[in-house]
Design a protein around this ligand. Structure first.
Ligand SMILES: NC(=O)c1ccc[n+]([C@@H]2O[C@H](COP(=O)([O-])OP(=O)(O)OC[C@H]3O[C@@H](n4cnc5c(N)ncnc54)[C@H](OP(=O)(O)O)[C@@H]3O)[C@@H](O)[C@H]2O)c1
Length: 273
């Protein structure tokens, strides 16, 4: 593909103002994609957009959107349609955690979590897939979590369930649209060095976790892009998490439940988000 053709390729990254989303935007821009940058903090998105345009000679579009609000996905879709932007690579990455027990969480916070982690992922796939199918080519990366792969530590009941939804939806869409040129991947980070833990008051929970359990956001972005390019519907970080998931997956469910309870009592700081 020559440079002019490459410049017409567009990716859309939600949660591009920080962490894993910024890493996705940087990686995709370096691969020649123009990028739609989505999050609430417009100033950060504008700064990132200017940096990417400068470094890689690509185009960016900033969409300052609160994805917890009803109608946000449709407005985003209309904004890209209005610019004649055809999304080839959709990255559903925006997300957040809440560090409280299920019954202590505010109903509004839970509603926002469902909107951002579940509804947004389902609806952006619904909105952008038809164009991809019509063009016979598309890539979707949905950022899930190790918390969606295995029974989750106590206190992450809703978050883990949202991430399980993301994995299931990704696998199902991959199977349903794979023969139409569409690859869908759920990438499942474990602990990753981003701003995730600050707003959720989880910094103390994770501060003593050893380096073996941590990834850099750039590693997660590369993992997701390589997996979706290769047509793998599920991508787990190499090393600790992949081995852990394999071993835990072999155990009977009741042993997994016992481990979660035990783990929670003795080492709440090793929650594989
Ligand atoms: N870090 C980890 O250990 C870890 C592990 C497993 C999975 N994950 C998942 O990875 C994804 C990225 O998280 P991260 O670690 O990169 O966290 P982060 O550094 O806190 O970034 C979160 C991003 O999501 C955006 N966001 C949050 N709420 C939003 C809303 N209502 N509307 C629009 N954008 C919103 C934020 O942007 P604004 O605040 O500007 O809106 C920010 O860009 C999430 O889905 C998270 O669940 C993270």
């Amino acid at each position: 593909m020559n440079t002019d053709q490459a410049r017409e390729r567009w990716a859309l990254v939600t949660g591009a103002s920080a962490g894993i989303g910024t890493a996705f935007a940087r990686d995709l821009a370096a691969r020649g994609f123009n990028v739609v940058l989505v999050a609430r903090r417009a100033e950060r998105l504008n700064q990132l957009g200017a940096e990417l345009e400068d470094q890689h000679g690509i185009k960016t579009l900033v969409a300052a959107v609160d994805l917890s609000q009803g109608g946000a996905r449709e407005r985003l879709f209309k904004a890209t349609e209005a610019q004649n932007i055809q999304i080839e690579m959709l990255v559903n990455n925006a997300g957040f955690g809440i560090d409280k027990g299920y019954t202590e969480q505010e109903l509004d916070d839970q509603a926002a979590m469902l909107q951002v982690l579940v509804t947004t992922v389902a609806q952006t796939c619904r909105l952008y897939l038809p164009g991809m199918v019509a063009r016979g080519h598309g890539r979707i990366i949905n950022v899930a979590s190790m918390a969606g792969v295995m029974p989750t530590i106590i206190g992450q009941s809703l978050y883990g369930a949202c991430k399980s939804f993301v994995i299931k939806l990704s696998e199902n869409l991959h199977l349903e649209y794979g023969d139409k040129g569409i690859n869908v991947t759920a990438v499942c980070p474990g602990l990753t060095r981003t701003e995730f833990f600050g707003p959720a008051n989880m910094e103390d929970d994770v501060k003593d976790v050893g380096d073996f359990a941590w990834s850099e956001p750039e590693e997660i972005a590369a993992l997701g892009i390589e997996a979706v390019t290769a047509g793998e519907p599920l991508a787990l970080p190499k090393g600790f998490y992949r081995t852990y998931a394999r071993i835990v997956g072999l155990l009977p469910r009741w042993v997994q439940y016992w481990m979660v309870r035990k783990f929670n009592k003795t080492a709440s700081g090793t929650n594989p988000h």
